[in-house]
Write a protein of this length. Structure first.
Length: 96
């Protein structure tokens, strides 16, 4: 089974995923989207070029959407994980 610690491992896997491998690839993809957001936010902080900042901000917004889309797919593949996520969100609201 691939480690899914780099994008290359996902690309070079070379066969169709089992369900477990698909789940792991979704988790990796969520992490990759948030890593991209971190990198793009550093670009925002590092430039005063307003056009670049505007485009990069749009890209960040898209990456946020992608992260949630992968999380939604993960919930679809692992319904019990959705229940855990909802439980965590409920706990957070109770602590406000
Ligand atoms: Fe993305």
């Amino acid at each position: 089974m691939p480690e899914f610690t780099t994008a290359r491992e996902v690309i070079s896997f070379g066969k169709k995923f089992s369900k477990e491998e698909l789940v792991r690839s979704m988790r990796f993809s969520v992490a990759a989207e948030y890593e991209a957001i971190q990198i793009y936010e550093l670009i925002l902080e590092a430039t005063d070029n307003t056009h670049v900042k505007a485009v990069v901000q749009d890209i960040i917004n898209e990456e946020r959407l992608h992260a949630w889309q992968f999380l939604d797919l993960l919930s679809e593949l692992v319904p019990e994980e959705k229940a855990i996520n909802e439980s965590g969100a409920k706990e957070n609201k109770e602590r406000k």
